[in-house]
Write a protein that binds this ligand. Structure first.
Ligand code: BDR
Ligand code: CA
Length: 313
């Protein structure tokens, strides 16, 4: 099978960084056409820079990185420095990037790529708020039918919320964008908190990254050490969830994940439940399925894959 062509849309973020590293370490399965940065965990000025830092850490400075939208479609940006630190990549000390941003807007790159590549051959991998993807779909509705699949990290059903009692961060930051994406008609696969809260970086798993002894292994361990402090305290768990790499791991080993093809709608009106993913897990609504909503992960298999692939960089 030829490598799957993907665009990673991201707001790095330490877990975004690990997702990008996993993709760049896996050229047999994944061909990264470009990385599009969006405002989310930290403002766009930092996410676009962090994306380039990560490409250089991976030894892939030729990767195209585009800057995208700096604010949600209809709301003020909410960021997550309380989790990811001031830079978004707090933890390791990494040099400022030498590689430049690629010219052009991320949204235009998404549109142009989907129009230029054969229909059904490009997968979008959103790891942050869905602003860039929704803006592309609004500007160029013809691209929806050209998308092979959208594999995204966002939402929750059983785990409900992490930024509010009922909403997951990526969906909450730009619920209007999420609504557009979930209604676009392209095949969608969702990695919600229900999955990522089972992908916990326990101490032995983080020690395995550090034991790689490479700049990548050590940086990933230090990133994880940093953001773990917040989640471990919050959840009282053995380690913090490694959310975004579930997306890129799915492209390499889909058998690590199980879920249901169901209807998922986004709440955009209620103050109390804004950004909630109303997932019809029990199929009681009669609404048409529009997404494969994952519910479980083989966590040991996931961390084995990550450690094996990160060792290549
Ligand atoms: C998501 O929010 C961000 O903080 C993480 O990078 C991840 O994409 C988890 O809710
Ligand atoms: Ca993210």
């Amino acid at each position: 099978m030829p490598a799957r062509k993907i665009i990673i849309d991201t707001d790095p973020g330490q877990d975004d960084a690990v997702a990008i590293l996993l993709a760049l370490a896996s050229p047999e399965e994944i061909d990264v056409l470009g990385i599009t940065a969006v405002a989310g965990n930290v403002p766009l000025s930092l996410t676009q820079k962090n994306a380039r830092i990560v490409c250089e850490l991976a030894g892939k400075p030729d990767t195209k990185v585009f800057a995208g939208c700096d604010a949600p479609i209809a709301r003020k940006l909410v960021t997550a420095e309380h989790v990811h630190g001031k830079t978004g990549l707090d933890g390791p000390t990494l040099p400022d990037p030498e590689m430049e941003l690629t010219d052009g807007h991320a949204v235009d790159f998404i549109i142009d790529t989907l129009r230029a590549e054969p229909e059904g051959t490009v997968t979008l991998c959103p790891l942050g708020p869905l602003t860039n993807i929704a803006t592309a779909l609004t500007k160029a509705p013809d691209i929806a039918s050209r998308i092979q699949e959208i594999v995204l990290m966002g939402g929750a059903y059983f785990e409900v919320g992490n930024i509010t009692p009922t909403a997951e961060f990526n969906i909450y930051v730009d619920p209007e964008a999420a609504k557009i994406v979930f209604a676009c008609g392209a095949p969608i696969t969702v990695m919600p908190l229900d999955v990522t809260h089972k992908a916990l970086v326990t101490k032995p798993r983080n020690d395995a990254f550090r034991a790689l002894g490479t700049p990548v292994g050590v940086a990933v361990a230090e990133m994880t050490d940093f953001f773990e402090r917040f989640d471990k305290e919050k959840y009282g768990s053995q380690g913090a969830p490694l959310h975004d790499p579930c997306v890129t791991a799915y492209l390499i080993k889909p058998e690590l994940f199980t879920g249901r093809h169901i209807n998922v709608e986004i709440e955009t009106c209620s103050d109390l439940t804004l950004g909630m993913t109303v997932a019809d897990w029990w199929r009681v609504s009669g609404r048409e399925p529009n997404a494969t909503f994952m519910g479980d992960i083989d966590a040991d298999g996931f961390f084995d894959l990550l450690t094996e692939r990160l060792a290549r960089l």
